[in-house]
Design a protein around this ligand. Sequence first.
Ligand SMILES: [Cu+2]
Length: 133
Amino acid sequence: MTDMKIAALLVLPSLIVASFYAISQAPAPSMTAAAAEAAAPHVSEPSSDATISIREFMFSPMSMTITAGTTVHWKNLDPEPHTIRSVDATFKSDALDQDDSFAFKFDKPGTYRYVCSIHPQMLGTIVVKSAAH
Ligand SMILES: [Cu+2]
């Protein structure tokens, strides 16, 4: 057996795995993301949104686990202003007055810690799990 053939035998299985992965990640041909958006421009899937209340100087819930692609909405219920600022600067809000809200869509899996920059004792965590199975 030549070195070329050995190399081909080694590469082929990983190509099959890679193409299978690409196929499984691709949107269904009958309903691309763009088509879905065009069909229902003002409706988002209920499962793709989550809400965190800010109340009495606390994020509620303080810790939340979501699936990648979920949009998290924070709503300030306190009469005092609060902000949402991730520790790694991935996202940050302006100061939210009472009943103001801020939203961020989490596309990348990971653990996101955030604080209120006005009250740094206010801590929160979002854990984003991969949507792929
Ligand atoms: Cu605050």
